[in-house]
Design a protein around this ligand. Structure first.
Ligand SMILES: NC(=O)c1ccc[n+]([C@@H]2O[C@H](COP(=O)([O-])OP(=O)(O)OC[C@H]3O[C@@H](n4cnc5c(N)ncnc54)[C@H](OP(=O)(O)O)[C@@H]3O)[C@@H](O)[C@H]2O)c1
Length: 297
């Protein structure tokens, strides 16, 4: 037998279809299409317009306007919001194709419960798909938590690897704790930053100026945490044992904005625990700080 392209057999490329294709689905689809990892099949969302939009972002595939038009594929990605994955999977009931979802908190077994008969998996990229262009640029190096059937993972792990994903396996029974961890590290950083911007407002600094002021500080802090770990990278009044300053700041916030004061106190208590892992905090200062922040000795 003879093959074109240097005599090698053509690589068999599997077809992937999307049920739901928003922030995460479009980026993954684009990267797989661009890299020739999967052939893009059909794209079904809630509206024909958004399906057409998703196909444009991906650069390939066919937009569907109704589940009735769904045809066969080798792989189905259920990329709806978590609460709609089961509804969307019901359209595939009886399918023997590989099916997977991207939810970090839900087990892949959910897909089997909806009547799918093929291998199922879940692959959760630890990535914030907030901006299409930025995610396409930065996906390389993203860790992806996997669990599910071997027959699905044997196909999906290399497919994520081919676009720069770094796959690792997690225990399906502990996904809620796993996902809660990511919520704290990623989403709560947004909330804490927003609280900080509100606190700058109490000092008469407008939001635009505050956002500009904190940009280098945030980047520097994140880089130090990544390089040295949260305890070793910790600076500031709690790490220095400056309980007088912490007491005064808490009192000021309580006067001006009790809700912000509570965030300052709760996060301060956790920061004190972190500072306690180092040996440069004086025990008396530590005890004073504990009392101010409402935690025991
Ligand atoms: N966003 C992230 O940063 C991120 C990170 C890691 C994992 N994930 C996971 O990725 C999955 C998708 O999240 P996302 O942020 O990409 O969601 P999204 O941007 O809200 O997009 C959801 C997509 O699902 C479609 N959809 C909603 N309900 C549907 C239904 N019942 N049937 C068919 N399609 C439906 C939407 O249609 P329309 O376009 O018509 O609205 C949209 O295309 C979730 O499991 C999430 O946990 C997300």
């Amino acid at each position: 037998m003879q093959f074109p392209h240097g005599g090698r057999p053509p690589r068999s490329v599997l077809t992937i279809s999307f049920l739901g294709c928003g922030r995460a689905g479009r980026v993954l689809g684009h990267l797989w299409h661009r890299g020739g990892v999967f052939r893009i099949g059909q794209v079904l969302t809630r509206s024909p317009d958004s399906a057409a939009d998703a196909v444009r972002s991906i650069g390939g595939g066919t937009a569907l306007d109704s589940p009735a038009g769904l045809g066969p594929a080798d792989v189905f990605l259920l990329a709806t919001p978590d609460r709609h994955i089961a509804d969307a999977a019901a359209f595939l009931s009886g399918s023997r194709a590989i099916a997977f979802h991207l939810g970090g908190a839900l087990a892949s077994a959910l897909l089997r419960e909806t009547g799918l008969e093929g291998p199922v998996a879940s692959i959760h990229p630890l990535h914030s798909f907030g901006d299409f262009t930025q995610s396409v640029r930065n996906f390389d190096g993203t860790w992806c938590a996997c669990e599910g059937d071997d027959a699905a993972l044997e196909v999906l792990q290399p497919a994520f690897g081919a676009i720069g994903g770094r796959t690792f396996t997690i225990d399906a029974d502990r996904k809620l704790a796993y996902h809660a961890a990511g919520v704290m590290v990623s989403n709560y950083l947004n909330a804490l930053t927003a609280a900080g911007i509100d606190a700058y407002g109490l000092a008469g600094i407008d939001r635009g100026t505050a956002s500009a002021l904190i940009a280098p500080l945030l980047r520097n802090t994140v880089e130090n945490i990544v390089d040295h770990g949260p305890g070793a990278a910790l600076t500031g009044p709690i790490a220095r044992g400056d309980w007088q300053l912490v007491e005064a700041e808490l009192a000021t916030l309580r006067d001006l904005d009790p809700a912000l004061a509570e965030i300052y106190r709760v996060m301060g208590a956790r920061t004190l625990e972190l500072a306690g892992t180092r040996d440069d905090l004086d025990p008396d200062d530590r005890a004073r700080l504990g009392a101010i922040l409402g935690i025991g000795p």
